[in-house]
Ligand binder design. Structure first.
Ligand code: TPP
Length: 380
């Protein structure tokens, strides 16, 4: 029996179109209209400013712990822009830009990160699943949706996201494998920000890229500059078109960096050097895309000021609306936590719900007795 080699396609393509100095490779530039380019920028900026406002709210005690998305705008928005409203998006938890673009309101995020189920309620006519915090579990949901589309003979596509840390989870392997075996129309986008909380990539995996894992699952894989929204868009669009025409799944890796702590509860100075941070700050996605639009005559300083003012006013209005909503009685009753998992609640859960409702009622009666002047007004 001879020893021989089995040929595999082991070359992993890397794509960059708009570099950190806003120099564009015209041969690779996608043919998007001025309006489309401005829409992409609008949602990237809206997400950045919302993220900054959410951080202020968290620091003021008006929001719970949450993971910021700053730095990830190009991966999220470039990919989301490559699907249609009839396709599905299955996010992890850093896809604020793409989710806002798909129709989620800022209110959703303010409610969600304050612990209210209403923040996870999918808006009407939006084909997205809600934010998913347990890492990599959403990938299996995405593959299930994709396999369902195949069974129904639908020509839609599922776009799903995960982090470099999530790539080490068994769920990720199972999802990639199933998607490949069943030729599910799923585009897996990895936001490789090079850290899983404090664990650097070098402690996460020994391979050079995440994209090359696609070889093991017999699907196309590509690494893109994840701070270049044009490259993310082009690579995702190609993958979407392949999936739509029956070509199965693709793995797209966007190499990027988070410009913030992992969540508001973390201190990245303990595991990332300032030098590294400064290097990646100089490569961040918004600045280069703004310069690209300026060079094309699509944006000037005055337009930008106007846009910022418009977006800030949207964010402020959302904050006022949600804070009023949170004070309203219906959001103050935590029995709603039982309401969203099952259409018909199973008896065991119904018992727990009833027990909790009795406890909650008695707590209020006790609190009304202690504060008779507040009788009738809830104090929690
Ligand atoms: C199943 C599961 N295990 C552990 C955690 C705790 N956890 C939260 S974020 C995180 C790291 C995720 O890193 P990565 O996938 O790279 O995503 P990033 O946060 O960097 O975007 C971990 C382990 C979790 N959310 N879910």
């Amino acid at each position: 029996m001879p020893r021989k080699f089995i040929e595999l396609s082991e070359k992993i393509e890397y794509l960059s179109i708009l570099d950190e100095n806003a120099k564009v490779d015209e041969a690779l530039e996608p043919k998007l209209s001025g309006e489309q380019l401005k829409t992409i920028y609008r949602y990237m900026l809206l997400a950045r400013r919302t993220d900054e406002r959410l951080l202020l709210m968290q620091r003021q005690g008006r929001l719970g712990t949450f993971p910021q998305s700053s730095g990830h705008e190009a991966v999220s928005m470039g990919a989301a822009f490559a699907i249609t409203a009839d396709d599905w998006q299955v996010p992890a938890y850093r896809e604020l830009p793409g989710m806002l673009y798909r129709g989620w309101s800022i209110d959703h995020f303010m409610l969600y990160w304050n612990g209210f189920e209403e923040g996870a309620r999918v808006p009407d006519n939006v084909k997205d699943l809600p934010i998913c915090v347990p890492i990599a579990t959403q990938l299996l949901h995405a593959v299930g949706i994709g396999m369902g589309m195949n069974i129904r003979g639908e020509k839609n596509v599922v776009l799903t996201f995960f982090g470099d840390g999530a790539s080490s989870e068994g769920d990720c392997h199972e999802a990639l494998n199933f998607a490949s075996v069943f030729s599910a129309p799923v585009v897996f986008v990895c936001l490789n920000n090079q850290y899983a909380i404090s664990v650097p990539l070098s402690r996460q995996m020994h391979s050079e890229t995440i994209a090359q894992r696609a070889v093991g699952y017999a699907m196309p894989g590509i690494r893109v500059d994840g701070n270049d929204v044009l490259a993310v868009y082009v690579a995702t669009k190609e993958a979407v078109e392949r999936a739509r025409s029956g070509g199965g799944p693709t793995l797209v890796e966007g190499l990027t960096y988070r410009l913030t702590p992992h969540t508001t509860a973390d201190d990245p100075k303990r595991y990332r050097s300032d030098e590294e941070y400064q290097l990646w700050l100089s490569r961040e996605p918004l600045k280069r895309f703004r310069r690209y639009l300026e060079k094309k005559g699509l944006l000037n300083d005055k337009d930008h000021e106007r846009l910022e003012a418009e977006l800030d006013s949207e964010i402020k209005q959302a904050m006022e609306r949600t804070e009023a909503q949170i004070k309203a009685e219906d959001l103050k009753n935590p029995t709603s936590m039982f309401d969203h998992l099952y259409k018909d609640i199973p008896p065991t859960l119904q018992n727990q719900r009833d027990e909790f409702a009795r406890y909650w009622e008695s707590r209020h009666k006790a609190s009304d007795k202690q504060n008779p002047q507040k009788s009738g007004a809830r104090t929690d």
